[in-house]
Design a protein around this ligand. Structure first.
Ligand SMILES: Nc1ncnc2c1ncn2[C@@H]1O[C@H](COP(=O)(O)OP(=O)(O)OP(=O)(O)O)[C@@H](O)[C@H]1O
Length: 297
């Protein structure tokens, strides 16, 4: 559904994106992560038709976005990192205002606003936007982004600065939108959240793609599973040759990368008179992947 090639963006001689390719199928949640200044917002704005790339091609849903960005407007909802809302307007007046911009009829706006305010659990009681909490304001911005029922949503830091409960609510809401078949592109510094909900992730570093793929593909690329063996033993010296051993909460913990290693360590523990208490396995997290990429890719 989204095909970008060689997307490059320069701002007064500074290159924020250095030729990024992107291919996304229809429907799913796609996360873009990277350190501060990596180019995430720039890419999201280009994908939304709000910024023109200096070079590259971008076709979304058959539309040549660079040649005709306005064509995309009805099909896409963009949520900026900081939404400018109109503080003196009521929520209803605000949604009405945007509904009219999208060319929706009054009855359509009313029906859709009621539906969205209910599903977003936004009980505004006729308050003005300036009187709402930060979480409620974000929900209003989300309602505005999907008022015209677009197929593609681009959300820049949808949950930043929100309390954990509101943040979880919005994450769950994004999952609901995915089930409805929407294509959702998100960027977030909360990597745990990106990892939890994304079907595909792009890691950017200083305007360059350093990795992309499904979480499984990224895990494969950034290192396989690690097994952690927690055990009791009088003297771990005999194990140090076959595994990394660290003291851990009154016990020891050995970490190995293969099943053969796991078998060798557990066998050695019992033959040395020790006892395995539990075994855990863990894949590298997105956070560990981003740390591995470092600032320079
Ligand atoms: N309008 C602009 N004029 C000049 N430079 C810009 C402009 N917009 C972005 N940049 C620069 O491009 C680079 C990428 O910025 P961008 O906002 O895309 O990064 P980001 O990954 O979203 O960062 P953050 O995580 O801090 O929000 C930065 O160095 C930024 O200063």
């Amino acid at each position: 559904m989204i095909h970008g090639r060689g997307i490059r963006k320069e701002f007064n001689g500074y290159t924020a994106l250095k030729g990024v390719d992107i291919d996304l199928p229809e429907s799913g949640i796609f996360g873009i992560i990277g350190h501060n200044g990596a180019g995430k917002t720039t890419l999201l704005k280009i994908l939304s038709g709000l910024l023109t790339p200096t070079e590259g091609t971008l076709i979304i849903d058959g539309i040549d976005v660079i040649a005709d960005p306005t064509e995309l407007k009805m099909r896409l909802g963009y949520l900026p990192e900081e939404s400018r809302l109109y503080d003196t307007m009521t929520v209803d007046a605000y949604l009405n205002f945007f509904g009219e911009i999208y060319g929706m009829s009054r009855s359509e706006i009313q029906r859709r606003s009621d539906e969205l305010l209910t599903s977003l659990n936004l009980d505004h009681n006729g308050k003005k936007i300036g009187e709402l909490s930060k979480g409620m304001r974000r929900k209003v911005a989300i309602a505005r982004s999907i008022l015209h029922d677009p197929d593609i949503l681009v959300y820049d830091e949808a949950t930043s600065g929100l309390d954990p409960m509101t943040s979880r609510f919005i994450t769950a809401y994004l999952r609901t939108l995915r089930r409805e078949g929407k294509t959702i592109i998100i960027s977030a510094h909360n990597l745990y959240q990106v990892e939890e909900i994304s079907d595909w992730v792009l890691i950017l570093s200083e305007g360059v793609e350093v990795a992309s793929g499904s979480m499984d593909e990224l895990r494969e690329r950034f290192g396989s599973i690690t097994y952690y063996i927690h055990f009791l033993i009088d003297d771990p010296a005999s194990l140090r040759e076959i595994a990394d051993i660290i003291p851990d909460d009154g016990m020891y913990r050995a970490s190995v990368k293969t099943l053969d290693g796991l078998n060798a360590v557990t066998a050695q523990i019992s033959s040395s008179g020790g006892r395995v208490e539990r075994i855990e396995s863990r894949y590298p997290s997105l956070e560990e992947m981003l740390m591995a990429v470092g600032k320079n890719g």
